[in-house]
Write a protein that binds this ligand. Sequence first.
Ligand code: HEM
Length: 479
Amino acid sequence: MDTARHEAAVVSPGVDDDPTAAVNRWVIGPMTALNRDILAGREPPDAFPAMVQHAVGPLLDTPERYGPRDTCQLLVLLGLVGAGLGRHFQERHPAHRATPERAFDVGVGVGVEPIGFLEYFHRLAEHSGTGHPHRDTYASLTRWNLPPSEAWWGGARLAVLPGVFDDGALRTYTAAVDEVRFFELIKLSETFERAVNLAVGPLADGSVDLLGAEALHRLGVAALLLEGMRKLNADFAALPPAEGLSAGHFMDVFRQFAVHWRPGDVPPSGALDPEALERDLVLGTEAPGFREHLHRMGPGLLPAERDRLAAVADVPALTELVLQRCDPEDGLAQATQTQLRMLVGRFPVLAALHLVLQANARMSGVHLMLSKRYLFNPQRARDRSGYGDPGVVSNRRGTTGMDETALEHLTRVRQHHPLVALRGLPTAELEVLTGLAALRADAPGDLSAAVGFDGTSALRQRPTADDLTGPARPAEGAP
Ligand code: HEM
């Protein structure tokens, strides 16, 4: 094993380096190189635990001695290290998949008094005070890992998703551009989702009058933000191969790090995106069985995320509230076009919410397309060719077990939302009626530019008179 090359960046930390920065440098440099070498067969899989013990172990202090920021940074860093330990262990022998926890007790004592890796991670998670699960999570891998991101509209900052590093960098498994772009897509999409939830939340919690002008404005902005998110995701799929994500990398490199650390635990997955879960609850687009799904996802979420979702799940969805206020006598489904027109003329909020639900359904359609393109279609081709599904993480379904049928079903539920009858009226007419057309006219052509990392949103410098919410509410989900 070329030990010197893999540990080089760590064994000689700069004089100004603190120990966490040295772990960070090892993860960004030598660890990604080692992962690449193992995957290419240039190093054996057991080189990974050996290097963790040898190069990372001595850099780690007793978990309880770290301050809050270092603790959270180490949860991200050791989350990536743990993913490597787990994957390489399981790939060594098929029988290892039944005992994933053994990946962490083979020669990986760390700390000034050597402690097993799982115990070390557990103590770090407890010490963080965030309730972080005792393994890597969607939150640490994407939200905490990447630089802070923001959503801007009309000169107002609508949402912030902080990170726990201030180096402007992001950490990956193999440093491939595929992973960089994918992580960026996830965090920027979640930023859009946060802004949408903050825009519509006050309508659902009763702090904004459903029949007032502010409700229309907020729903209009939410619809356009969802359109921006859809464009961001559609553009991602259109990136040239050298700049984007290849299906092979997604299936054989990236996904294979989302292994179990203990039998039955919940590995990181887009299914744990708390903003998407909240949006389904607030908009009332939950599929049958959604509450059970939420319960199953619980162990992979942060307590703050679980609490927020429980609070939203406890109150009626926005669609229900709007329908109660507008009281369409015989329901919408039986209404003629003339009756629908009269109804939305009287209650434009119905049309504004319909436009949000439509934008949400279209976003879901693009997400389904991405899942087919990068996972389900190529896996079908592999099954037909006899290659099968040999990885330690199955490519026949998502990490938390959702298959293609489940994602198709979710998209259909979002398409057949409770206001779907309003599709009988031309969209352009509804956009004028609700004021969305005017908002669009004032917005930049590329709505995906509403989000960016650390002040890079193109909409940041465009102050206008009609700021949506004033200063952003504090963002949750990060310490
Ligand atoms: C190349 C891009 C993407 C691919 C290939 C992809 C693939 C998948 C797969 C396979 C699942 C099933 C997960 C499981 O069983 O655990 C899933 C679910 C999910 N993903 Fe993605 N995803 C992508 C981008 C995104 C983005 C950008 C977000 C938003 C931050 C996101 C949010 C979700 C959510 C919320 C679910 C749960 C299902 C749903 O609500 O529709 N995904 N995705």
